[in-house]
Write a new protein. Structure first.
Length: 290
């Protein structure tokens, strides 16, 4: 399955769409959900270890400078502004480590990032100015992104309870910021769906993926033409297959492939993932690749 994210995944080193293993019923379909997090800009470097290492080194140098400036700043407001800038780059560093498979280091960095955004929110809670309110909204949304990243990382580190807690916090915070039906909430629903999928709770996973798909479709005026829709359909198709609902699974996976080819390009690794899934399931009734 694909996690938000985005994406649901169990090993950050290997993208969520990476594994195809047999389940109890003998299916060779992927047993891992995919996250939207994998659509982040860090993903393009993650496929090349050398480039990723260079990217991390560059980002860490920037972070080192920002950290020194943050520590030296004495004015609370300016310190908080510097802290948010630092947090933004720390999140990217954490994602790079995560993509390379170092979930423990990613978690350490994500926790530091979370602390900085929480500090920014606390500083502005009693400030009623428009500028402070906008900054707090930004910090709270960024915090929800970090929580989602933490949820994926904890799951990849084999800590499902911590992962669930982070994903639930991200979902509630995201709803409070943008509303229950906003497409940004779909990311959190997709990640929770991936977590349920990993636990073998396929029906609960389906419910979350369907909610996410509905939100994304409504946000596009009924169209289904974005990478996020493709990945959600992919996750939904895997769930349907594991539930033995082969016609519905085939429909979702083939639709996911069509959308992914248009929105990502025929050579994108997400597209290859969907093709491979259909190929792996070619011996199952109703899942033949087109």
């Amino acid at each position: 399955l694909v996690r938000c994210h985005h994406g649901p995944q169990s090993e950050a080193a290997t993208p969520a769409w990476r594994r195809f293993s047999s389940d109890a019923s003998g299916s060779t379909l992927s047993s891992t959900a995919n996250s939207y997090i994998n659509l982040g800009k860090f993903e393009t470097m993650g496929a090349d270890v050398g480039r990723a290492a260079t990217g991390i080194a560059y980002l860490q140098e920037t972070v080192h400078v920002q950290e020194a400036e943050y520590v030296a700043e004495e004015d609370p407001v300016r310190k908080s502004v510097k802290g948010m800038g630092l947090a933004k780059n720390l999140l990217e560093v954490g994602r790079q480590h995560h993509q390379l498979g170092d979930a423990a280091e990613a978690i350490r960095i994500y926790r530091r990032t979370l602390d900085l955004y929480e500090e920014a929110v606390l500083l502005r809670e009693s400030d009623d100015t428009d500028k402070a309110k906008k900054a707090m909204t930004y910090a709270r949304f960024a915090k929800s992104e970090v929580l989602s990243s933490l949820g994926v990382a904890y799951n990849d580190a084999g800590q499902p309870e911590e992962a669930s807690e982070m994903h639930q916090q991200a979902l509630e915070l995201r709803k409070a910021i943008v509303g229950k039906q906003h497409p940004a909430v779909a990311e959190c629903l997709n990640n929770l769906g991936g977590l349920y999928f990993a636990r073998g709770s396929h029906q609960r996973a389906v419910e979350h993926f369907e909610q996410a798909l509905e939100m994304l479709t409504e946000a596009s005026d009924g169209r289904q033409d974005t990478p996020y829709v493709a990945l959600t359909l992919y996750n939904l198709g895997l769930c349907r297959a594991h539930l033995g609902q082969m016609p519905a699974a085939a429909t979702a996976l083939k639709r996911a492939l069509q959308i992914a080819e248009r929105s990502l390009g025929s050579n994108h690794r997400q597209v290859e993932l969907i093709r491979e899934t259909l190929k792996q399931g070619s011996e199952l009734p109703g899942l033949q690749a087109p």
